[in-house]
Write a protein that binds this ligand. Sequence first.
Ligand SMILES: Cc1ncc(COP(=O)(O)O)c(C=O)c1O
Length: 362
Amino acid sequence: MQETDTPYLVVDESVSINNIERMAHRSRSLEKELRPHSKTHKSPFWAQQQMAYGADGVMVAKLSEAEVMVEHNVINLSLGYPVIGPAKIERLQALVDNGARVRVSVDSLEGLLALAVVGRHLGTPIEALVEIDTGMHRVGILHPVDVVEMARAIEKTPGVEYAGITCFGGHVAQNLDRDQIILKIREENQQLQIIRDFLRHEGLAPRIISEGGTIAAAFMDELTVATEVRPGTYIYNDAATIAAHGAAIEECALTVKTMVVSKPTLGRIILDAGSKTLSSDGPVLGGYGIIKGHPDLIISRLSEEHGIVESRYQGKISLAIGDIVEVIPNHACTTVNLHHRVMGRKGPTMREIRTLARGCVQ
Ligand SMILES: Cc1ncc(COP(=O)(O)O)c(C=O)c1O
């Protein structure tokens, strides 16, 4: 088979399908709903596969991603990003008019009123989850009293249906020590339990308690409170997931095929994949991606089009100009966002899988 011109993304489809199947099986056996975040693959093709293997819906961040999914008949969606401003209200309305079932996270009265406008216009209430900050300090409501207040506000607002609470504990994987990660997941679980019990006490029992992230999902039996999980990265996995004990190298489906284009010294080679190809996320484990089959090598720096590779031990590098290697990127989601397509590898055959929701920032 003729090699596709480098650099390009390859997905080992059987590894991805195994990842999808395993996550679906695990969430089913622990009686949790599964709503994978599509931010990793950005592709209706993979969203349809996740649904076919038992996912209950798919998550998106931005409305433009939702629009791509709905165009391809993936209609059961969670929107995990605040809907703020008239343009977004109009688009959410159009999305539901086009047949989407959308559940939205809310952490402000402004966000709630936007949903109320849409729900009242449609005559069907929009499902809302209160977004909680469990320690990542991004969006979300921090104090349990304010969570209860928001839940009550949702319940009282015509056009909106109170469905429960949601959180994304991205901070749990900031420390790479396995025991520390588990400790953080347990802390988050406890926080959710306190909030759930408080809500129950106030007559606002959450039907859905949704928890995000591949690392949390990797330790799913610790999530005793969540009724739903939303892993995204697990479909491909990446160097950051390996570093945070969420996957083994054999479970990484996505690689960047890249060619050695220069060898300025015996101990330094240059790959045709820089930050425009790999993304500049990192470093993870000291580098900008894992070069498969070459544990002695490290991608120590990136410029836009150059990946600078050195030996970890200041030794000579055996790779020559023209050689092709496969790199597991640090962060699959941001890498995929840079490419119009991934090449799906299935045994000896390759096919194009379009990343139709890439660059969807609105
Ligand atoms: C709100 C939300 N939920 C779920 C996820 C999925 O997390 P991961 O990519 O770690 O699987 C993310 C990722 O950024 C997220 O922001």
